[in-house]
Design a protein around this ligand. Structure first.
Ligand SMILES: C[S@@+](CC[C@H](N)C(=O)[O-])C[C@H]1O[C@@H](n2cnc3c(N)ncnc32)[C@H](O)[C@@H]1O
Length: 298
């Protein structure tokens, strides 16, 4: 079956913005961008733990391409934007470059420090804190986004509720934007097909996270949706194929399993899988995203 694109008009819905289509909650929940419904878990698999070094190793190989442009254009008409779980701050800096300023909140001390190094110059204000307990008064921002953050929070419902709390629904361009892995993500495919069976972890289903968030957003008055796809990739330029597979196995293992007792087994399982992957796509692993935009409405 051919998968419908997230930005393909569905169910006779009306265009909302360039490349976007207005969707109801029901349309979001049944959208193929959320991934295989038969694999939908009954509950949250629990947060994935990421170390500062683990994320930096992955992030420095990540080529976001259109993801950066999409976030910038979504925020272009906003004035007070919050980036939740800013990581090393690449998206915050991109937003600040477009609108002059961006605020970010990040719990990991190492990442907070690294962002602070270039924050003032880039127009970024950096706060330490978590998505579940945002250190800002109600309605402080006119746009709030969380990129690749929901799989890492302890409590998805609390995190989304906080994002709603700090976003002013009366602002003309009010929006909450969530980016997670798309159903076609090669990175998530490697996690689910290679790592999870070795480590005994539950499969990761980012569509489940987006569905949970969408229900809550609609309940809290952000019920007008659009969904977009993005195409990023993690790049491995190493010339020699075996070295490339070994480097990629280390980057992915450190990102997902750095603190896990089964890290060595995971790395050993990833290497041959990555050699097969690179035979077809020599220097990149696709990190395709699904982007949910929620605006005030029902
Ligand atoms: C995959 S990284 C994404 C970073 C950044 N948003 C980006 O797209 O480059 C996940 C980030 O979420 C942060 N994080 C983990 N738990 C969090 C929480 N409870 N609240 C907010 N951020 C959290 C991590 O420290 C890390 O920076």
């Amino acid at each position: 079956m051919t998968e419908a694109r997230a930005d393909t008009p569905a169910h006779g819905s009306t265009p909302r913005e360039p490349g976007g289509t207005r969707l109801t909650l029901a349309q979001v929940l049944e959208h193929p961008a959320l991934g295989p419904r038969d694999l939908l878990p009954a509950r949250f698999r629990g947060p994935r733990r990421v170390t500062g070094d683990g994320w930096v190793g992955f992030a420095t190989r990540l080529e976001r391409g259109e993801e950066l442009s999409l976030v910038q254009s979504l925020m272009a008409a906003n004035r007070h934007v919050l980036d939740v779980g800013g990581g090393i701050g690449e998206l915050s800096r991109a937003v600040a470059a477009r609108i002059g300023h961006c605020t970010t909140v990040e719990p990991h001390a190492q990442l907070v420090e690294s962002m602070r190094d270039e924050a003032a110059e880039a127009g970024v204000s950096v706060f330490a804190g978590t998505a579940e307990d945002l250190p800002f008064p109600d309605a402080s921002f006119d746009a709030v986004y969380g990129a690749w953050v929901l799989p890492f929070v302890d409590d998805v419902e609390k995190a989304v509720t906080e994002m709603v709390r700090v976003c002013d629904p009366g602002a003309p361009e009010a929006k909450i934007v969530l980016i997670v892995g798309g159903a076609d993500s090669e990175v998530l495919g490697l996690f689910n097909d290679v790592c999870a069976p070795v480590s005994g972890d539950p499969r990761d289903h980012h569509g489940y996270l987006l569905a949970t968030a969408a229900r809550l957003l609609a309940e809290r008055g952000f019920g007008e949706f659009s969904l977009h796809r993005t195409e990023a990739s993690v790049r491995f330029a190493e010339e020699e194929p075996a070295k490339r597979a070994a480097a990629a196995a280390t980057v992915l293992t450190d990102f997902w399993y750095q603190l896990h007792p089964g890290a060595d087994e995971v790395r050993a399982a990833l290497e041959p899988a990555l050699e097969r992957h690179f035979a077809a796509r020599p220097h990149g692993i696709g990190d395709q995203g699904a982007v949910l935009v929620a605006r005030p409405g029902s």
